[in-house]
Design a protein around this ligand. Structure first.
Ligand SMILES: *[C@@H]1O[C@H](CO)[C@@H](O)[C@H](O)[C@H]1NC(C)=O
Ligand SMILES: *[C@@H]1O[C@H](CO)[C@@H](O)[C@H](O)[C@H]1NC(C)=O
Ligand SMILES: *[C@@H]1O[C@H](CO)[C@@H](O)[C@H](O)[C@H]1NC(C)=O
Ligand SMILES: *[C@@H]1O[C@H](CO)[C@@H](O)[C@H](O)[C@H]1NC(C)=O
Ligand SMILES: *[C@@H]1O[C@H](CO)[C@@H](O)[C@H](O)[C@H]1NC(C)=O
Ligand SMILES: *[C@@H]1O[C@H](CO)[C@@H](O)[C@H](O)[C@H]1NC(C)=O
Ligand SMILES: *[C@@H]1O[C@H](CO)[C@@H](O)[C@H](O)[C@H]1NC(C)=O
Ligand SMILES: *[C@@H]1O[C@H](CO)[C@@H](O)[C@H](O)[C@H]1NC(C)=O
Ligand SMILES: *[C@@H]1O[C@H](CO)[C@@H](O)[C@H](O)[C@H]1NC(C)=O
Ligand SMILES: *[C@@H]1O[C@H](CO)[C@@H](O)[C@H](O)[C@H]1NC(C)=O
Ligand SMILES: *[C@@H]1O[C@H](CO)[C@@H](O)[C@H](O)[C@H]1NC(C)=O
Ligand SMILES: *[C@@H]1O[C@H](CO)[C@@H](O)[C@H](O)[C@H]1NC(C)=O
Length: 413
């Protein structure tokens, strides 16, 4: 009851007038209509390593001057992408489910080569962190408003969001006057008179916990299609489709990093006895070595080098593996998520995997040898079938024995 009273008071403001001076962005759709509005303030705190081997903390704000290229609106998903400074970006994804929408993830990329923010950084890469904000249950055609601070923490980046005003999925080009207010704001609003009549609205409050931040969870990595050609005019000699994530242990700390296939350069070679696939992205370099064992091929070596969010460069390799084994002339396939332990400090996770490192014909995959785990759906009917067959056999035997007894019985009479 009480929160609705507060809503009645807030209706007057709406999405349109807002007193803050954050980064304000208006995204338009294909028909040049406003489809996403945002006015946000974000403070960043990033720890990084300097060339003197010290950990420094860089604290900076999202400037009000931002570029919104890369933002887009679709029917049920939209992305707000803010580029700022020397190669930094902050992007947030929304999805619409029925009558409510939510923010799924925030991806913050920071360019350590920007010495005005990260002086003396030992790394010069652009690193990304992915976090899940508590911006959920926003009613369609309302504007999410949260003046309170929400801090989202990860290993080396803390982000504080405040004075947030966002409307995603604006339906007909006009911003809504109605708000979905975060509960943190509701708790600090002066108490309203209990005699005020509460209007009936469909606006929901988001359950918003500003002090507790959830463990960031990575989205499933995107599936990439990687091919190696012996020369530019030939068809592929090595085919590999997969989505890949690495899990890295460093003492007490464990970090997972997704391979972004769109930001990956592919190289490698095809041989008679050995083929190699090398993938280089911002976050990692991974080399996969396949061997041809006369009749079968297998993944024999994995070498991963990654720059961790702590600034440490991590490198692990194992060259005595027997994974992804199949007959030469066929491909190896495994759709389900797989967790491979490469070394005690490195795990490899794959999704939608299909590889053929030898004997590729016409640039397409040959018959696939599927991994055992994918077969569990077939295994269950087999087990049930076998059990049924066993049961029928027992009944038949029992019947035969039963008939024999009665037959014997007649004879003795
Ligand atoms: C954000 O940073 C600015 C200056 O860098 C500071 O004045 C402000 O108080 C900070 N806000 C929060 C919520 O931390
Ligand atoms: C950096 O510090 C770590 C531990 O504090 C030490 O093991 C390493 O040798 C240092 N590296 C350099 C280049 O000083
Ligand atoms: C956000 O959406 C964009 C565009 O749809 C997509 O490329 C990107 O992978 C999404 N990011 C996350 C973290 O889901
Ligand atoms: C993030 O916040 C926590 C708690 O306030 C603090 O311990 C940690 O050092 C912060 N990390 C960064 C990178 O600012
Ligand atoms: C947009 O919505 C408003 C009210 O919700 C309505 O009056 C207006 O006709 C709509 N415009 C279009 C182009 O549909
Ligand atoms: C705001 O909510 C009220 C009550 O539900 C509704 O009558 C009104 O049309 C809404 N305004 C907009 C712009 O959606
Ligand atoms: C509000 O909710 C009621 C039922 O919960 C529904 O019948 C009505 O259509 C909703 N109104 C709007 C504007 O979504
Ligand atoms: C590929 O084909 C083009 C045009 O047919 C030719 O100019 C080029 O030399 C060829 N390259 C190789 C490596 O054979
Ligand atoms: C990757 O690129 C393809 C086409 O170049 C595009 O369709 C896809 O949305 C991109 N995916 C991501 C995650 O950026
Ligand atoms: C695999 O190795 C065998 C023996 O070394 C060789 O005869 C065969 O041609 C190789 N297969 C491919 C596809 O290179
Ligand atoms: C792994 O790759 C790195 C760089 O790509 C290289 O320096 C290192 O020697 C490789 N390790 C093994 C065991 O091959
Ligand atoms: C992957 O496997 C290792 C070793 O079996 C296990 O410790 C780890 O929890 C697994 N990771 C995931 C995400 O399932």
């Amino acid at each position: 009851m009480f929160p609705y009273v507060v809503f009645a008071l807030l209706f007057a403001f709406g999405c349109v007038t807002h007193p803050s001076h954050g980064a304000e962005v208006k995204v338009k759709d294909k028909d040049d209509k406003l489809c996403l509005y945002a006015n946000v303030m974000v403070n960043f705190s990033v720890s990084y390593m300097t060339s003197e081997n010290k950990t420094e903390l860089a604290e900076f704000e999202l400037p009000s001057e931002v570029m919104s290229s890369g933002s887009k609106c679709d029917k049920t998903s939209s992305t707000l992408n803010l580029n700022f400074g020397a190669g930094h970006s902050w992007s947030i994804n929304f999805t619409l489910d029925g009558n409510v929408y939510q923010a799924d993830s925030i991806t913050f990329s920071y360019n350590l080569n920007d010495s005005s923010i990260f002086p003396k950084s030992v790394l010069t890469d652009t690193l990304s962190v992915n976090m899940r904000p508590q911006i959920t249950d926003i009613s369609m055609n309302t504007c999410y408003s949260c003046k309170s601070e929400e801090t989202i923490q990860s290993d080396s980046v803390n982000q504080t969001l405040w004075n947030v005003l966002i409307e995603a999925f604006i339906s007909n080009g006009t911003q809504s006057e109605n708000l979905t207010t975060c509960s943190a704001d509701l708790n600090t609003t002066p108490t309203a008179s209990p005699t005020t009549v509460a209007p009936v609205t469909n606006t929901t409050t988001s359950t918003h916990a500003p002090t507790t931040s959830p463990a960031p969870t990575l989205p499933t990595p995107t599936t990439g299609r990687f091919t190696i050609k012996p020369d530019e005019n030939s068809t592929a000699c090595l085919l590999a489709n997969f989505a890949l994530r690495i899990g890295v242990k460093q003492g007490e700390k464990y970090q997972e990093i997704n391979l972004d296939p769109n930001m990956t350069t592919v190289s490698g070679s095809c041989g008679v006895n050995t083929s190699e696939l090398v993938l280089v992205s911002n976050a990692m370099t991974i080399a996969l070595t396949f061997v041809n064992d006369t009749k079968k091929f297998r993944l024999q070596a994995v070498n991963v080098t990654a720059s961790l969010s702590s600034g440490v460069v991590f490198s692990e390799a194992n060259s005595s593996l027997t994974l992804w084994e199949a007959a030469v002339g066929s491909s190896y396939m495994c759709n389900k998520e797989q967790n491979y332990t490469i070394t005690s400090q490195l795990n490899l996770f794959t999704f939608n995997l299909q590889v053929q490192p030898f004997a590729v014909k016409k640039g397409v995959f040959s018959t696939a040898h599927e991994c055992p785990l994918d077969d569990t759906s077939i295994l269950i009917p087999i087990i049930v079938g076998a059990a049924l067959a066993g049961l029928i056999l027992i009944v038949v035997i029992a019947y035969v024995i039963g008939r024999r007894k009665t037959y014997v019985g007649y004879q003795t009479l």
